[in-house]
Design a protein around this ligand. Structure first.
Ligand code: SAH
Length: 476
């Protein structure tokens, strides 16, 4: 190997060249981070404290990207990864970093995003709220079927490569790593995963070919009510064929009494998503129940539900604490999903208006309010890009507090403008992507809001993902 052991000659290195480097920190997104002569180097799959040999994969003006090849010195913060898929699967890339250190770096990343990207000075980030369960905490996983199994030569035991049920390997849309035991999802869900896999092989159920767009079965989505132990199996197929699926469904309900819902979503489109244009009920209900706090939620296959049920309760407690309600408030809950935040907060305020894009989620939300005997929430279905300007909404009482919880992409510019026009005293921004959160908060702060509190919450241990709740107030 043409290896350079130096911090100074890296600037002369070309793409594809190897060098030795000490990993200083962890970058937002989960790559190892070092600095050489003011040039930032991101090192894929490396953790702070390691000295590694790495190969340059990208050279840009202000930074380099590299891929870890070998570890020369292991990090003092190394923790033994329990998952046998760790080296191949892109799912939980921080399993080998001590949990306390994961928390340390996540908080640091939030600080740096606000401080450097957002240019906020004198900013304080509260301690990150740690998660009680570091494994088996996810209530939902989506696995893909494929006729192209991804396998490394050294792991090849001559198994069938024309069938796989598992997860995409990083950077390969067309190949699937067979997964037997996912350390993020509930243990019973792993047993169901393996059962479905064996049955599909035995019954010759044809996996989907993502390149040719042929074949039948595309995804297996498993959803577990962590507090109720109810399980949903969602089989996503390219077309409708109950004859193939009904025998599998009846075997599943016999074998796993926890299964209270089996549905089939049809996705005939090319897009590789587990979201169907049509849903067929195969067994029992088309929803499961889970609980956050003392509230019950009906969750259907295509509705968003916080993926870490137990930590969601703590996240909502953080939101509640930041809201600091006295009881007479009008609240807007934007991006409200199946109404979980609204329902959790309803008894502390006068009225909540909740807005959500997905129709089935709004249907679930209304049912959930009824189920929990809550009467002070009004639900609206629509796109926040424009719905706040609708005649129906413009005549609503003005909000004292707006809570927003958008998807990773953050808020649309129009939505930010509409919020500013509504001039709530308090805005609570809950986000699963602090980078877009900072971008949006900069815009709000340019419009007379100031940051009061920033509280990261670890919803996703062993992954680089960060949840963050930020409180803003109107400057008088
Ligand atoms: N607050 C909820 C859901 C948050 S996830 C909870 O805690 O469970 C984000 C939600 O925003 C999803 O339900 C998604 O369907 C919805 N959403 C995404 N884009 C939207 C848009 N443009 N307008 C309204 N809702 C949107």
């Amino acid at each position: 190997m043409n290896k350079e052991n130096t911090n100074t000659t890296i600037l002369n290195l070309k793409k594809g060249k190897d060098f030795e480097i000490f990993v200083e920190s962890l970058a937002f997104g989960g790559m190892g981070l070092s600095k050489i002569n003011d040039k930032i180097v991101f090192i894929k799959n490396a953790i702070p404290g390691q000295t590694v040999t790495a190969r340059i994969t990208k050279k840009r003006k202000s930074y380099f990207e590299a891929r870890k090849l070998n570890i020369i010195n292991e990090s003092p913060d190394f923790s033994n990864p329990p998952c046998s898929h760790f080296n191949d699967c892109g799912g939980c890339t921080l399993q080998n970093l001590d949990y306390k250190k994961q928390l340390f770096y996540k908080r640091k990343q939030v600080f740096e995003l606000y401080n450097k990207m957002g240019k906020f000075v004198n900013i304080k980030v509260e301690p990150i709220l740690e998660c009680g369960e570091q494994y088996y905490y996810r209530n939902k996983m989506e696995f893909s079927f494929s006729n192209k199994r991804w396998i490394l030569k050294e792991n090849d035991l001559g198994e069938n490569k024309n069938f796989a049920l598992g997860l995409h390997v990083p950077g390969r849309y067309d190949k699937i790593l067979n997964i037997n035991n996912c350390h993020l999802q509930h243990k019973t869900a792993n047993a169901i995963l393996n059962f479905v896999k064996d049955e599909c092989i035995e019954q010759n159920i044809e996996p989907y070919d993502i390149k040719k767009h042929t074949g039948f079965i595309r995804h297996l989505m498993l959803r577990v009510g962590i507090k109720t132990n109810q399980i949903m199996v969602n089989l996503v197929t390219a077309y409708e064929n109950k004859k193939i699926l009904l025998p599998l469904a009846s075997k599943l309900v016999k074998k796993f009494p926890e299964i209270t819902s089996i549905v089939n979503n049809i996705n005939s489109k090319k897009a590789d998503i587990a979201f169907g244009e049509k849903e067929i009920k195969l067994a029992k209900n088309n929803y499961i129940i889970d609980m956050i706090g003392k509230f019950e939620f009906e969750i259907s296959a295509n509705s968003f539900f916080q993926t870490n049920t137990l930590q969601a309760e703590k996240l909502y407690e953080v939101i509640k604490e930041q809201c600091n309600f006295i009881g007479n408030e009008i609240v807007y809950d934007l991006y409200s999903g199946i109404g979980t935040i609204s329902i959790f907060l309803s008894r502390f305020v006068k009225k909540i208006y909740a807005i959500e894009l997905i129709k089935t989620a709004v249907v679930d939300a209304k049912k959930n309010a009824l189920r929990n005997n809550i009467k002070n929430i009004h639900f609206f279905c629509g796109d926040l890009k424009d719905i706040l300007k609708n005649d129906k909404l413009i005549s609503l009482p003005k909000p004292d507090t707006i809570i927003v919880d958008p998807p990773r992409a953050g808020m649309h510019k129009n939505t930010i403008k509409d919020i500013v026009k509504l001039k709530p005293k308090t805005i609570i921004y809950c986000s699963c992507n602090p980078a877009t959160q900072v971008r949006d908060i900069m815009e709000l702060c340019n419009n007379n809001y100031k940051i009061i509190k920033i509280r990261p919450v670890d919803m996703f241990p062993n992954t680089p993902h960060i949840e963050c709740v930020t409180k803003m107030e109107y400057k008088n």
